[in-house]
Design a binder for this molecule. Structure first.
Ligand code: CAA
Length: 279
């Protein structure tokens, strides 16, 4: 495997045709800073380039899949007043637009089959990445996806302006996004977003990951795996143009909000527990 720097919050390994990426920072619910999202993108690119890999598996640890952007990382970005930035626009182009557009793009164009092992809730950009996966399995019915953009002074990101209506229907998406409500297990099963619920206790993410991987190994036995990649390419071709377009539109729309500062005020309230998401 080509060399890549290490990241203490994300591990990776290869087992047969599976490139397995795991979020391993359960203490802060697998929240990710900008650099971590970039690292995740780089890992996907590694998987993409490896001719022996056919499936990219996203696993997590602990009780949450990922609580999204790390508010400590956002605070660091806010304080990043180095002389290198000529303006607030310049600062947020670097600290938000470039990172966000990169990781979203890597997920959109990924050529291997993306499988998400959803062990618990996912929030924000991480939940957007879950919605870009091709197959999602859940550990139990406690999972949900929350896109708290209205509560944080943001707009859709990570391709969600397309992925959510596509996967959950337009009106459900409007209702959940406008009123900052989670896409809960019932919505996810009604829309066949989740392919199988493993019905395992929330305390047992490692067992869920192991059981799911074992099942996947059984499922791929005897398959001609290049056919899977060929089909992924064709299925992806249905929407790739729209995803590319929305990726650029979303970050450019969001940029105004970051420059204006409302998300920073709200993230800071979240960090000091003065603001909560309604779940
Ligand atoms: N960043 C940093 N730390 C986080 C975190 C985050 N996003 N989410 C949780 N944590 C930390 C908490 O601070 C807490 O740490 P301490 O034990 O040191 O206090 C620990 O994880 C456990 O969290 P809670 O005690 O809050 O657990 P809970 O079960 O009561 O609540 C939660 C869980 C609803 C996810 C709540 O933690 C929460 O609302 N977190 C923020 C989620 C969020 O809004 N993320 C950003 C989404 S926006 C985005 O991702 C887009 C973007 O690009 C900006």
């Amino acid at each position: 495997m080509p060399e890549i720097r290490q990241n203490e919050k994300i591990s990776h390994r290869i087992e047969g045709p599976f490139f397995i990426i795991q979020l391993i920072n359960p203490d802060n619910l697998n929240a990710l800073e900008g650099e971590d999202y970039i690292y995740l993108g780089e890992l996907l690119e590694l998987a993409d380039k490896n001719p022996d890999v056919y499936f990219t598996i996203l696993q997590s640890s602990g009780r949450f899949f990922s609580s999204g952007a790390d508010f400590k990382g956002i605070a660091k970005a806010q304080e990043d007043n180095g002389a290198k930035y000529a303006s607030e626009t310049s600062k947020w182009l670097s600290n938000f637009v470039a990172r966000n557009v990169y990781v979203t793009d890597v997920f959109i164009k990924h050529s291997k089959v993306l499988v998400c092992c959803l062990n618990g809730p996912a929030i924000g950009l991480s939940a957007a990445l879950v919605a870009l996966c091709d197959i999602v399995y859940s550990m139990n019915d406690k999972v949900y996806l929350l896109y708290p953009f209205a509560n944080l002074g943001l707009v859709t990101e990570g391709g969600t302006a397309i992925s959510l209506p596509l996967k959950f229907g337009a009106n459900t998406t409007y209702e959940r996004l406008m009123f900052n409500k989670p896409f809960n297990y019932d919505i996810m099963t009604k829309s066949a977003f989740i392919s199988k619920n493993f019905n395992m206790p929330s305390s047992n993410t490692e067992a869920f990951n192991a059981e799911l991987l074992k099942e996947l190994k059984g499922k791929v036995e005897g398959l001609y795996l290049p056919s899977c990649l060929g089909m992924k390419k064709l299925l992806k071709s249905n929407h790739i143009g729209s995803f590319n377009e929305i990726n650029s539109m979303e970050v450019n729309e969001s940029l105004k909000y970051w420059v204006d500062g409302e998300p920073l005020r709200r993230f800071s309230q979240l960090g000091s527990k003065q603001r909560k998401h309604r779940l």
